[in-house]
Unconditional design. Structure first.
Length: 324
């Protein structure tokens, strides 16, 4: 069975996990999701070792073994997260209430509200992920070494982005609770706190990228050209980090006040009207000696788009609060 087909079958349990985890997060119960995710990670690593290479009497499935490991790990995620959601005292949902909710069609209003917020939110993720996928494709057009350097830098940038994503989620929950209680002062304070914490954390990572760009690049390869290009991209990533963190947290706090449609449009404009075209034009500049020529141009374009998006989204949050 092809690997991608196996991944397809792993998606339903993953969606169930996200449903249960996000519901628990909404009640400020985030510890359960973290512990279960770490346990699933350990399980996935172990099962990869067993099923890819063939240990404990199992045949060596090769790449498909990773697919089987993913399915098992995601089923584990779904089952354990549902169990924690229904058993935890911090989440006021019983198994009976949960099952009865599926037959209560009077809740169609709630379904509509979730769709109105969820679909634009999904578009936000789609525009961003698609833009970074497009950036990888453009790097591949430039050559294998450029693509390798891009993947090196984006791997490290994605790793540090997880911290901004976590702060964004926490800020969104706190802002949403204050907004639901009609406490505009706390909405502003939680939003400001999230942005400050996120910016400070990303400054640390940006400094690390700036100071140790060559050493970090050498962790991935011993190819001098790739190390040189990767080091340059990590310097750009240092700037990238600040904008990416502010944008992620701004999206989260705006989501907390149910403002998702306009941010979706702004993100589309920032990535697909500004960042991607600008990155393409600079990367294909006729001035081959310019710093922005080649893969650097792609990252400069992304940085400009992210900076613009971060500035507008954070400004929008404060403007909406002033108007309310």
């Amino acid at each position: 069975m092809p690997y991608l087909t196996l991944l397809m079958w792993s998606m339903p349990p993953m969606l169930i996990f996200f449903f249960a985890k996000n519901l628990c997060d909404g009640f400020s119960f985030t510890l359960g999701g973290m512990v279960i995710t770490l346990a699933a990670l350990a399980l996935n690593v172990f099962l990869n070792w067993v099923l890819i290479f063939g240990h404990f009497g199992f045949p060596a499935y090769g790449l498909n073994g990773a697919g089987y490991a993913t399915i098992i790990s995601r089923v584990f995620l779904a089952v354990t997260m549902l169990w924690v959601m229904l058993r935890s005292d911090k989440v006021p949902i019983t198994a009976k209430k949960f099952l009865n909710s599926f037959s209560d069609f009077s809740r169609i209003t709630f379904f509509r509200k979730i769709w109105q917020i969820g679909f634009p939110t999904g578009l936000q993720y789609f525009f961003e992920v698609a833009a970074f996928a497009g950036a990888a494709i453009m790097a591949g057009w430039l050559g294998s070494q450029e693509l390798a350097a891009h993947n090196l830098a984006i791997t490290l940038a994605s790793l540090t982005y997880m911290f901004a994503g976590g702060i964004s989620a926490g800020s969104s929950i706190c802002v949403a609770k204050a907004y639901g209680n009609g406490n505009t002062t706390n909405v502003k304070q939680f939003g400001k706190a999230g942005l400050v914490i996120g910016l400070l954390v990303m400054i640390v990572f940006a400094s690390f990228f700036f100071l140790f760009n060559a050493q970090l690049s050498q962790l991935f390869t011993d190819e001098p050209t790739v190390i040189f290009m990767g080091s340059q991209l990590l310097i750009l990533a240092a700037i990238f980090q600040l904008s990416d963190g502010v944008q992620a947290i701004s999206i989260g706090i705006l989501r907390g006040i149910a403002d998702v449609k306009v941010p979706s449009l702004l993100i589309f404009i920032a990535y697909w009207i500004i960042a991607m075209p600008l990155g393409y034009l600079m990367s294909h500049s006729s001035n081959t000696d310019a710093f922005w020529h080649g893969v650097n141009g792609i990252w400069i374009g992304l940085s400009i788009g992210l900076t613009l998006s971060a500035s507008i989204l954070s400004y929008r949050f404060y403007r909406l609060l002033r108007s309310s």
